[in-house]
Write a protein that binds this ligand. Structure first.
Ligand SMILES: [Zn+2]
Length: 268
């Protein structure tokens, strides 16, 4: 009996998430392009930058990021590995609190400032009430993610998202396995390196399989992975119960199964 947890909502095999850091003014142009392609983004903001030249202002947050996720990036953008342990949680909490007020969203995600983290920083993120944290470690990996919500590693920086990588992600021959593409970057680099056409092209290529893709924010990914982890399965995989409040999908002996919240399926 094989029960494999590698299907996304609606039974889809592909999920794509975009994640941009620091709250550059160019985020608005990123969002414009994501919106025209039906894509979603997660935007990690630090209070240190809000309102500085070239950055989004506090007053713009609600409008600019409507329909996308606002997430934490540290109150002062200090590298959390270098912040005294006693102050780490505060760095994240104050950041969350301010962003929640400004965005009207529950802020549950973090991108480690500068990408720096260790076991203690992960713990501080948990204790500050985050549900996940993203690193800047580019794995080039498109596999369905392991449920390690505090080391959510990107596939690559948007600069390095090649046609070959997109084609590998979309290729129907890989259909038997769920896949995840997580691309991160900074809007200012698209400006400086004049790569707006590149972003457009990447989105166009992905849209070749528009209907097969779950375009998601990172908090949605974290919530879904947490739901999969709460699955109750008996020893031979004959009874499966969804112990979460989310609809989930999985494959059992190669067959797609859907489980509503609290639903059990039995093959006995
Ligand atoms: Zn940053």
């Amino acid at each position: 009996m094989s029960v494999v947890l590698d299907r996304w909502p609606e039974g889809k095999s592909l999920a794509v998430a975009w994640s941009f850091d620091d709250g550059f003014a160019g985020d608005a142009a990123v969002i414009e392009r994501l919106n025209t392609h039906g894509a979603r983004g997660t935007f990690h903001l630090s209070n240190a930058f809000l309102g500085s030249p070239g950055y989004v202002t506090a007053a713009q947050i609600r409008e600019v990021y409507a329909g996308h996720e606002v997430a934490a990036h540290g109150y002062s953008h200090s590298y959390l590995t270098l912040v005294p342990p006693v102050l780490r949680r505060d760095e994240i909490r104050r950041n969350r609190l301010a962003l929640e007020e400004l965005s009207g969203q529950a802020v549950v995600g973090l991108a480690y400032p500068g990408g720096y983290y260790n076991r203690d920083v992960e713990q501080a993120a948990r204790e500050a009430g985050c549900a996940y944290a993203r690193s800047t470690v580019s794995t080039q990996d498109i596999a369905f993610p392991a449920a390690e919500e505090f080391t959510l590693h990107p596939t690559c920086h948007e600069r390095n998202l090649s046609d070959a990588l997109i084609n590998r992600f979309l290729h129907p021959a890989n259909e038997s396995r769920g896949r995840f593409l997580l691309v991160w970057g900074h809007a200012v680099e698209l400006d400086k390196e004049k790569r707006w056409d590149g972003l457009e092209r990447q989105l166009d290529l992905l849209c070749a399989r528009q209907k097969d893709i779950w375009w998601c924010t990172l908090s949605e990914v974290a919530r879904y992975l947490a739901a999969l982890r709460r699955l109750h399965v008996d020893q031979d995989g004959g009874i499966i119960r969804n112990a979460s409040a989310s609809e989930i999908f999985l494959s059992r002996n190669g067959q797609l199964c859907r489980l509503l919240p609290d639903e059990s399926l039995s093959w006995k």
